[in-house]
Write a protein that binds this ligand. Structure first.
Ligand SMILES: Cc1cc2nc3c(=O)[nH]c(=O)nc-3n(C[C@H](O)[C@H](O)[C@H](O)COP(=O)(O)OP(=O)(O)OC[C@H]3O[C@@H](n4cnc5c(N)ncnc54)[C@H](O)[C@@H]3O)c2cc1C
Length: 351
């Protein structure tokens, strides 16, 4: 599926904020009605909570699928949406949403993308998944080149002594990637965690332990206390060990991978009617308080709301019909069945 990056305004009939399960199904429902969509997410991949929080756990309450993991559901939704060729823009935090005089919505991301959208679908779930960013004494004044929250390009680490702080799957995978045989080989790599037990998948832990035993990754057990610098650059971290001593761990680059946490952040600043950090919607159309903006999935609220994936799918369906009417008030949008409608089958590319 296409993924683009540009700084010029992108004009679209539909823009979906959030590539979680409901945002992905919104692509499908819009596509059936002949509406193409751009999809934005701050994460580097689709799936929202299903991928970020429980990718390998089974889900049992998706209609017609007795059991599938979060990752499998994401793949199935991507496959189902594929005929409608959505354009995904990952690692883009939507920061601004403003109405234009012509009724369109101007959307900006923190990384400089700019859209003019006739309709916007907020499928932002419980908020944007951003890296947890613990601070330690001295880390505030460091540049992004020395203190990272995600694995950058291989060139960022070549020749560096890297300290990876975390015990998630992403942390262990990054340490392996930074080892001499990895894709991002650094001069040396040390993984720092407060105890010798990790949250990562057993298979990842096994590969990591093998690399530690082989000496290609160092393991340091303890809690970071403060950053040591030569004035501008990191030279080491002071680490409190479980034995009650303080040791100096040399490094010149720190990669903090402590997991993700959702931040409602920008959604609350867009002037839309809200109730308890969720967007109020009309249950006939899933329209918000602003014309042309719809809210579906965990981000919305209405009497009887249940934060379940299947409820989000229903909401996306009604929102798509409402958007079709909003975009083309002169046209009727009759209900058609995928089993029997030639038009829908043409759009699905199954004829
Ligand atoms: C542990 C766990 C188990 C669960 N099990 C089940 C289950 O068995 N069955 C079930 O039905 N439900 C289950 N749920 C709930 C289910 O995951 C949610 O209902 C579902 O993920 C909601 O989908 P969504 O698309 O609305 O939002 P999300 O999945 O939260 O996706 C929203 C996406 O929007 C992005 N986003 C938000 N704001 C911005 C922004 N400003 N800019 C860019 N991107 C942004 C986020 O990064 C995220 O990727 C479970 C939840 C958890 C935590």
């Amino acid at each position: 599926m296409p993924s683009v990056s540009s700084t010029s305004p992108i004009e679209t009939d539909a823009l979906i904020i959030g590539a979680g399960p409901v945002g992905l199904f919104q692509v499908f429902e819009l596509g059936l009605l002949g509406i193409r969509a751009h999809v934005l997410d701050v994460l580097p991949h689709a799936g929202g909570q299903c991928a970020a929080l429980y990718g390998d756990k089974p889900i049992y309450d998706i209609p017609g699928i007795p059991r599938c993991t979060g990752h499998e559901l994401t793949q199935r939704l991507l496959q189902q949406a594929a005929p409608f060729a959505p354009t995904f823009h990952f690692q883009q935090l939507v920061s601004q949403l403003d109405r234009m005089e012509d009724g369109r919505w101007q959307v900006h991301t923190q990384h400089g993308l700019h859209f003019l959208a006739r309709t916007v679908f907020i499928a932002a779930g419980v908020g944007a998944f951003l890296p947890k960013a613990p601070k330690i004494e001295g880390s505030e004044s460091l540049s992004h080149a020395q203190w990272h929250y995600q694995l950058g390009s291989a060139a960022d680490y070549a020749g560096h002594h890297v300290l990876v702080w975390g015990d998630t799957d992403a942390a262990l995978e990054a340490a392996l990637a930074l080892s001499p045989s990895g894709s991002h080989a650094a001069r040396s790599v040390t993984l720092l965690h407060r105890r010798d037990v990790f949250q990562a998948l057993p298979e990842t832990v096994a590969r990591f332990r093998h690399a530690v035993a082989a000496g290609s990754v160092q393991l340091c057990i303890g809690q970071p206390l403060r950053v040591q610098t030569d004035g501008s650059r990191i030279t080491a971290l002071d680490i409190a060990t479980p034995e009650g001593t303080t040791v100096l761990q040399p490094c010149d680059t720190v990669l903090v991978l402590q997991g993700l946490s959702p931040k409602l952040g920008p959604v609350a600043d867009w002037g839309l009617a809200m109730e308890r950090k969720t967007l109020s919607v009309d249950t006939e159309s899933f329209a918000t308080s602003e014309r042309g903006i719809f809210a579906v999935g965990d981000i919305n609220t209405y009497p009887g709301k249940k934060k379940l994936i299947l409820c989000g799918f229903h909401e996306a369906t009604l929102a798509a019909f409402a958007a079709a009417h909003y975009l083309h008030p002169e046209q009727k949008t009759p209900l058609q069945y995928t089993t029997s409608s030639t038009l829908l089958q043409q759009r699905l590319d199954v004829l």
